[in-house]
Write a protein that binds this ligand. Structure first.
Ligand code: MSP
Length: 626
């Protein structure tokens, strides 16, 4: 049977600029789409914008614009935003499009003719920002529970959809399809909503009050209420009722939403589908809220939004994607901040993954003639071939953060493997074995890179190029050992996650800069700012672009650094290997003629003479020098 996958995001209201909360749903959907494509599924990924209704209409008037011009402009901003985050959607639907209007009117007519829509009078408490009526019980201290704003009492003639008629059916459906709504907690919430009568749903607004909407086909004096309009995007974009896309993809639909729109998706939408004779969707994934620094839901109304594009500019889009997927347990409310992003960037991306690639490349260039070595059996590194199956399961269960955690734990394991097998030492005794170790590391990286592709597509493509691996990948290739081919690696490759991309925190305690001596003397607290450590030279070579520089590879026990030192006049590379030198370990990295230097080693200089500061005796690399 052909593997097919259809994934949707909510369509976003065009009354606000895209923020990190919107970006999150979209990144998760893009991750799932890429994951399934990688796994051989025929995939369709839909996103879009929700452009009708009172709030949008008012926003347009507020901006002094014609509604159509306004929605065109803001919808375009969403599209640009998704480009900046590397979102590869297959379809983008706008509810103001003709193809959508036709479907909405067709479905309304069908449900009307079947007797499931009637005219009545509605009175209730309405929040303009939410575009919905609230019951007394739902309000928080008399205010809208979401926006904290006063609600208005309203009465008006509306058409109603006989939703209550389908309540029993829906309860039964949820009971026979226990994995319809996930995480589980939200399914229980829906069952609780359905335990009491849900009433009928108002599906129209008088055109006189809200002219900005799709007219009801049988009564031009009313426009369709936003949910009856918006939800149908999921089928109109596929060409319902007789489009090829609808036939292929609809039976495999997964909707992703935020928990604030659970009721429309778990109650309105299924009953609408049932009444219209359209089969149910397959799954509903419900995300929690991203919280601002004040611990409240990030929203434009509250003014606590984090701008995803500023972050993408500073850290790169893939770092933002990785952060959101790795940090947020899907379904739970989670605080997000630039601070937390920077921590992930430095620890996971720069120190673990980026550093692994850099040291592997350096060793391939030095000990393996700049090529991926001949394939050998896998040792403990081969356990990576079992990860894909495990991650498939985690992804199905929407546990993206665990999936990435496990992939990155494997990356950490590769770093440990290098530290334990010490190819730079092995090379002196048994170059063949050193190359075997390096092959396993490259294979490990090949496997990890496949698993990480959906989260960080561009960075992983770069990573694969840096190791001479082909760019096109399939998930099943992560399940086999020995596919890395013995090809040359490029001599130059950019640092994947440069630390200078992660701006240092300003202010006290955050800066690694040391102030100059004042009055010729410094206090102990100034000296204590300089972190000096014993480092063992494990490899050394001439700088490719500068005669007076050497590029040293230093071991600090549990980590390695590259340091560029201006000592080529006094030392030959080979006589440095094995020496224990003193490293200024907390110096900001600097680029010297194209090579990043991560610290500085100490040397004494007098006139034309220079001698490295070395450490005697049996002291391990990494030890602190005081
Ligand atoms: N237009 C409706 C959806 C119609 S779907 C047929 C809508 N739009 S929205 O722009 O207000 O929100 C879209 C999605 O963004 C919702 O799922 C909402 O939960 C999500 N988020 C908005 N702010 C969010 C956070 N702070 N955190 C997580 N998701 C957030 O609702």
């Amino acid at each position: 049977m052909e593997k097919v996958f259809y994934i949707t995001t909510p369509i976003y209201y065009v009354n606000a600029e895209p923020h990190l909360g919107h970006a999150y749903s979209t990144v998760v959907a893009d991750f799932l789409a890429r994951w399934h494509r990688l796994d051989g599924y025929r995939t369709f990924f839909l996103t879009g914008t929700d452009e009708h209704g009172e709030t949008v209409y008012r926003a347009a008037l507020g901006a002094g614009e014609d509604p159509k011009a306004f929605v065109d402009r803001v919808s375009e901003r969403f599209r640009r935003a998704w480009d900046l985050l590397g979102i590869a959607y297959d379809g983008f639907i706008r509810t103001t499009e003709e193809r959508h209007r036709r479907v909405v009117q067709g479905v309304l007519q069908k449900v009307y003719e079947a007797g499931d829509i009637y005219y009545g009078e509605y009175e209730g408490l309405y929040c303009v920002s939410c575009e919905r009526f609230y019951t007394e019980k739902e309000l928080s201290e008399g205010l809208c529970p979401l926006h904290g704003r006063p609600v208005e009492r309203r009465k008006e003639g509306n058409y109603f959809f006989r939703m209550e008629r389908y309540r029993e059916w829906l309860i039964d459906y949820l009971q026979t399809h226990p994995d319809l709504i996930r995480p589980e907690g939200y399914r229980n919430e829906v069952l609780a909503m359905l335990a009491e009568p849900i009433g009928d749903l108002s599906i129209s607004r008088p055109k006189a009050r809200v002219p900005w909407g799709i007219p009801l086909p049988w009564d031009e004096g009313h426009v369709t209420y936003v949910w009856f309009d918006a939800l149908l995007n999921y089928v109109s974009a596929l060409g319902y009722p007789d489009g090829e896309g609808y036939r292929i993809f609809w039976p495999h639909a997964w909707h992703l939403i935020g928990k604030d729109i659970l009721k429309p998706h778990a109650v309105f939408w299924p009953t609408m589908l049932k009444a219209a004779g359209i089969p149910m969707y397959r799954h509903l994934g419900v995300g929690g809220f991203l919280l601002g620094p004040d611990g409240r839901k990030m929203s434009k109304t509250l003014g606590n939004v984090v701008d995803p594009f500023a972050l993408a500019e500073r850290y790169g889009k893939d770092a933002v994607r990785y952060y959101l997927l790795r940090e947020i347990p899907y379904g739970q409310d989670t605080p997000v901040s630039e601070e937390a992003l920077r921590t992930r960037y430095e620890a996971d991306l720069a120190d673990d993954l980026g550093n692994l690639v850099q040291r592997t490349r350096a060793m391939l260039l030095r000990y393996a003639e700049g090529r991926v070595p001949e394939p050998v059996a896998g040792e403990e590194v081969e356990e990576g071939t079992r990860l894909a199956e495990r991650l498939r399961l985690l992804v199905r269960e929407l546990k993206f953060h665990v999936a990435l955690e496990e992939a990155m734990a494997y990356v950490k394991g590769l770093n440990r493997y290098i530290n334990e097998r010490r190819p730079w030492e092995l090379y002196r005794k048994d170059p063949g074995e050193a190359r075997a170790v390096l092959y396993r590391v490259v294979e490990g990286l090949r496997i990890a890179s496949i698993l990480l592709t959906p989260a960080m597509p561009d960075k992983i493509a770069e990573l694969r190029r840096a190791l001479g691996l082909k760019e096109e990948v399939r998930l099943e290739e992560a399940e086999r050992w020995g596919l890395a081919e013995p090809l040359p690696i490029p001599e130059e490759a950019p640092v994947l996650f440069p630390k200078e991309a992660a701006p240092q925190r300003a202010g006290p305690g955050g800066s690694a800069e040391v102030k100059g001596p004042q009055g010729g003397r410094i206090g102990l607290e100034d000296f204590a700012k300089v972190e000096l450590r014993v480092a063992e030279v494990v490899a050394a070579e001439r700088h490719p672009n500068a005669d007076r520089l050497l590029v040293l590879r230093l071991s600090l026990g549990n980590e390695e650094r590259t340091v560029v030192a201006g000592i080529a006049r006094w030392y030959r590379p080979e006589e440095l290997v094995g020496k224990k030198v003193v490293l200024v370990a907390n110096l900001k990295p600097a680029r010297l003629r194209g090579v990043e230097s991560q610290g500085m080693i100490l040397a004494a200089q007098e006139g034309d003479r220079l001698a490295l500061a070395t450490v005697e005796g049996d002291i391990p690399p990494g030890a602190v020098v005081r």
